[in-house]
Design a protein around this ligand. Structure first.
Ligand code: CIR
Length: 403
């Protein structure tokens, strides 16, 4: 019988259902824009060696494919999307609108980009554009800029596709990113889900102009149960908006709001806690016992019912309808734990129950996961990790099997 190549229908109801389709972004020229002068504002802790980062990423994608996962690339989807004139017009409008460019430069760029084919335009929208790369503009803005200044900002954090959209059941949630360096990313995911033939017509939830909400904070603990971190990125109002949207559509019955430290090391919930089995998480031991949650449930007439604060593991188990949410004891001394958390040891990507991708460098966390019965697929991340994100951050699951 010929192999069935029909793509799996979109839908994500858990963290650990067998992963069928995932969206990645292969690191590209946007990373070559990073310098010691701009890396902080562009949210990288160093300057990755880009060729090596691409090799590491290719190995990550290959490991997923080996396990039967369909890998979609954001830039390919974007280029295909931009072949639609309506999508292209919207992309131009969104990219060039705003108070930064001024009328002369905006008009110039409209003409300049009109000559770009969809793939070239996708490249500019992701890798950005510097003054040195465009011609004479008759614009005061470029006259007073240096050659390296950006007229379109690069998006080095596009690598972390987890954050710019997240699927809740069969709907894409286009998020709203808090940091200025990342805000434009969601214009691109919004375009892809709005116009690409593979997704066209799917209702999008939330959106780039809504309250701050980042995908790395959203964990699907079980069918109908979401946990959402609240900290440096996602704000309480973002969780509230998401809760209303998913309750109104019957996509979830409980949303746990989980306050996390407002630190770079713990920018998202998935930097400290990820699921590796239907009832188990790997969690940063230094916070495991003080992580708390507030449960939000739908009330009458669109009201939200807000619970008292409870320990996270207790609130999660109750919402999931299980006796206990197991926290795999990574048994690390506090210094090793802090080092491995910084290097995304807790940021695993489950591709099925008890099967997770992790960075190889987190030797101790990985061996404790294995001791607890989790099969660990190790990948290199020496260059990929310089943006502070691991396998979960670098992946946006689009389809997972129901458990
Ligand atoms: N889900 C995640 O934790 N994503 C990692 C995002 C890293 C990126 N450099 C950022 O600061 O936003």
């Amino acid at each position: 019988m010929p192999e069935d190549t029909t793509p799996a229908a979109p839908g994500v109801a858990s963290e650990v259902g067998r992963l069928r389709t995932v969206m990645l972004h292969r690191p590209g020229n946007e990373l070559r824009r990073l310098t010691p002068r701009n890396n902080d504002v562009l949210l990288f802790d160093g300057l990755p060696w880009v060729d090596r980062a691409q090799d590491e990423h290719d190995a990550f994608a290959a490991a997923l494919r080996t396990h039967g996962v369909e890998v979609l690339y954001l830039t390919e989807l974007l280029a295909e999307t931009l072949a639609d004139p309506a999508a292209r017009a919207e992309a131009m409008d969104r990219t060039l609108t705003g108070i930064r460019l001024g009328d002369s430069l905006r008009a110039y760029l409209e003409g300049f980009l009109a000559d770009h084919d969809p793939a070239q335009l996708a490249e500019v929208l992701t890798a950005g554009l510097a003054v040195a790369e465009i011609g004479r503009t008759k614009s005061l803005v470029t006259a007073l800029s240096g050659p390296e200044d950006f007229v379109i900002e690069p998006l080095p954090n596009l690598l972390f596709t987890r954050d710019s959209s997240v699927w809740v059941q069969d709907r894409p949630v286009v998020t709203s990113l808090a940091m200025p360096a990342r805000r434009r990313e969601t214009q691109l995911t919004d375009l892809v889900y709005g116009f690409h033939p593979r997704f066209g017509g799917t209702e999008r939830l939330h959106g780039p102009d809504r309250e701050f909400l980042e995908g790395g904070d959203v964990l699907a603990l079980a069918d109908g149960v979401l946990a959402v971190g609240v900290g440096e990125r996602t704000r309480p109002a973002g969780v509230e908006r998401l809760a209303r949207s998913v309750f109104e559509r019957g996509l979830a019955r409980t949303v746990l709001a989980v306050p996390i430290d407002q630190d770079r090391a713990t920018m998202h919930l998935d930097t400290i806690c990820t699921m590796v089995d239907v009832d188990a998480v790997v969690m940063y031991p230094n916070v495991a016992h003080r992580l708390a949650a507030v449960a939000v449930r739908p009330g009458a007439d669109g009201e939200l019912l807000i619970s008292e604060t409870a320990p996270f593991v207790v609130a999660a188990a109750e919402a999931m309808g299980i006796d206990e949410l197991r926290v795999i004891d990574t048994g690390l001394d506090p210094i090793t734990a802090e080092r491995e958390q910084w290097d995304d040891g807790n940021n695993t990507l489950a591709i099925g129950p008890k099967l997770a991708v992790a960075y190889e460098r987190n030797v101790e966390t990985n061996s404790r996961l294995e001791a607890a019965g989790i099969e660990v697929i190790r990948i290199a991340g020496s260059e990929l990790g310089s943006g502070r994100g691991g396998p979960r951050c670098m992946s946006c699951p689009i389809s997972r099997d129901a458990l």
